[in-house]
Write a protein that binds this ligand. Structure first.
Ligand SMILES: Nc1ncnc2c1ncn2[C@@H]1O[C@H](COP(=O)(O)OP(=O)(O)OP(=O)(O)O)[C@@H](O)[C@H]1O
Ligand SMILES: [Mg+2]
Length: 253
């Protein structure tokens, strides 16, 4: 990837997110600090209601912190306007969702061209880039298929190709295997591992410990509090290890 590897891709410091409902203030994220370097494959794992989507929305620049600092490739996200957030998202993040979010009337190729439309590329260049992304996920032979002519696993691979088409520094996946049977889910995860080995930074959000195991590093979120535990690999950037209890939680799955 093109990025400057001395700056962390993600750097969050004491990020808090609160919602005000009627007269009550609910704090959903409590002073979350997180650093993700280029080239990592991180899983954020936690039970329902723990704050995963809230955190994903902030990482993905779909929402901003109430307090604290969030830098994406060194650029402060907190306090940016909606227009600026849209621009940051388009440049820096490829999204993958549980439900694929493909447009049903468009072919696989046309779906993958969509995020390139705002890039000022020629039609020919767009097609070439979309094609290349589909080939990376092994769907070269299926480019003319519409979503309903593809299996769930293939649809998710189109969605991954669409996320890759802009060559974003960050691939951000929210329960990417949630709609797939376990075997197909594992195949999709295997593909994401391959992309990571080729240099793609991935942040994957899941409630499923078995899915989280496939990442090279996991952080756990509970009641809006993030704790970090290195599991394998060895590039030590541990921020919150204490007694290994979180490690066991992950390994038990
Ligand atoms: N807009 C909002 N206003 C008020 N409270 C909110 C809002 N969005 C989320 N919450 C609360 O924040 C908490 C965390 O929600 P979040 O959606 O981040 O959880 P989650 O970990 O993604 O859960 P799930 O696994 O079920 O998707 C929940 O208690 C939820 O009710
Ligand atoms: Mg959620």
């Amino acid at each position: 990837m093109s990025a400057n590897h001395t700056t962390p891709l993600i750097e969050m410091a004491d990020v808090t997110k609160s919602y005000r409902m009627a007269r009550e203030k609910t704090t959903v994220l409590h002073q979350v600090s997180l650093r993700v370097n280029h080239g990592e494959f991180l899983a954020i794992v936690g039970p329902s209601g723990s704050g995963k989507s809230t955190l994903m929305n902030i990482i993905g620049c779909l929402d901003t912190p109430s307090e604290g600092s969030y830098k994406l490739e060194g650029l402060e996200v907190t306090g940016q306007s909606d227009n600026k957030l849209t621009e940051i998202r388009n440049k820096k993040i490829g999204f993958i969702f549980q439900g694929y979010h493909l447009l049903p009337r468009l072919t696989a190729l046309e779906n993958c061209e969509l995020p390139l439309i705002y890039r000022g590329l020629s039609g020919k260049e767009r097609k070439a880039r979309a094609m290349e992304a589909l080939e990376r996920v092994g769907l070269g032979p299926r480019i003319a298929h519409r979503p309903n002519e593809l299996s769930g696993g293939q649809q998710q691979r189109v969605a991954i190709a669409r996320a890759l088409a802009t060559n974003p520094p960050l691939l951000l996946a929210d329960e990417p295997t949630g709609a797939l049977d376990s075997r197909t889910g594992m195949e999709v995860l295997g593909m994401m591992e391959g992309l990571n080995r080729a240099g793609q930074t991935i942040v994957l959000i899941t409630h499923d410990m078995e899915v989280a195991q496939r990442a090279s590093r996991s952080v756990i979120i509970r009641d809006g509090v993030l704790s970090e535990q290195e599991r394998r690999g060895g590039d030590e950037t541990d921020a919150g290890a204490q007694d290994g209890s979180h490690e066991r939680v992950v390994q038990q799955a």
